[in-house]
Design a binder for this molecule. Sequence first.
Ligand code: DLL
Length: 452
Amino acid sequence: MFYQKEIETLPLSKLRKLQSQQLENLVDYVYQRVPFYKTKFDQMGIKPSEIRRIEDLSKLPFTFKTDLRDNYPFDLFAVSPQEIKRIHCSSGTTGKPTVVGYTKNDLSIFAQVTARSLAAAGAQPGMKLHNAYGYGLFTGGLGLHYGGELLGLAVVPVSGGMTDRQLMLLQDFKPEVICCTPSYAQTLAQEVQKRGIPKNSLHLKYAVLGAEPWTETIRQEVQEGLGVIATNIYGLSEIIGPGVSQEDFEEQGGGSHVWEDHFFPEIIDPETRQPLPEGKDGVLVFTTLTKEGMPLLRYWTNDITHLYYDTDSKRTHIKMGPIKGRSDDMLVIRGVNLFPSQVEEVLNGIPHLSANYQLWITKKDKMDALELRVELDHRVYQELNFNQVKIGVQLHQEFLDELSKGLTEKIKNNIGLTMKVTLQDFEQVPRSTGGKLSRVVDKRRAESKTKK
Ligand code: DLL
């Protein structure tokens, strides 16, 4: 389904022409209006008149999260305070948040790209959207809210949390579309099963999941548990919020289209800081081609993925693969680089384990110690006639020992790290209670601080 078919299917030659014009305007715009960019250009000896085509983009400087922090709260805004109509913040947990401001036109574009995303996810005018993304400074709730309305959906602004109420409204209001984080969709799917809620009392068809990394195992669990087709939505506040890219519901697993008439993506080698070709993994960088309030040049997202054109797709816009991790999420354990997604990939291949896990990192005798806490899949209990919370039962000890030994070996072979594996009963690992879920508990810094 399309929301803006003409632009979503624009031939690439025309798209490039449009992007070149947009970039030319953008460069003049930021040079005139944002002192931070004027200083950067002057220092680097770049004249705005030299940037004429989208191919000239690589001559421009990157913008980093630290630049946003250094210009806290409003110094990167390109318009007068009167023209800013909404302010959001990124979901940082420490220190000052990163702030973004939108003009009326930016908000209109925000609604258009989220409407496009919902349509690509399967939503159609006349349907109801259960919006369980958090409303507030986080861009998820309000972002999808206005996109839903624009597409012609009836939006139920539930926000995150209060699972009892969510389940009641899902049954009573019978929405066809739900959007929330994938970890919260998992929580909902598990609760539906646990409470014996009949599947036919839910009328959901489509789930639009994003704001955190997720895997094919989670997709399957959510699809089966809620009876939906689940697609990926990606975005970040600095660029606009949700709706930077979206997977099509008929092209599942095939990557997400970046709405590149507004957000121009590049993949950059983090070492050389040079652009990488199609298909290569590196850091995703975006230039906002049409933003007025806080336009950004080559914003370094820290997210790691690749880009590619899919000529079999019904849309022309470039696709991005799933986010493999964030370069600042990369853990260094005894000198080995580890992304939590690598552990997830190993877990995906083991049917007796659920997709719920946590990585605990501590320091023992000055060495990093890693523990993987992972739950048994709920189906194991029926298969082996376990009762719930029976993990220590003698009868099954052999099975459990085999399972954790196999997992330890698999991790060693695939990732090159030895970690302690602790199997837990179903539902013993923390779940999402509404928002983004953190799978890593790093105690190293806290411990060295308390020791001082
Ligand atoms: O998470 C915006 C959003 C809301 C996206 C709702 C999708 C749905 P921030 O709080 O600024 O914005 O966090 C942005 O979250 O740089 C990624 O690291 C991560 N992220 C967002 N979507 C995905 C996704 C919102 N689909 C940061 N897959 C980004 C993996 C994602 N990671």
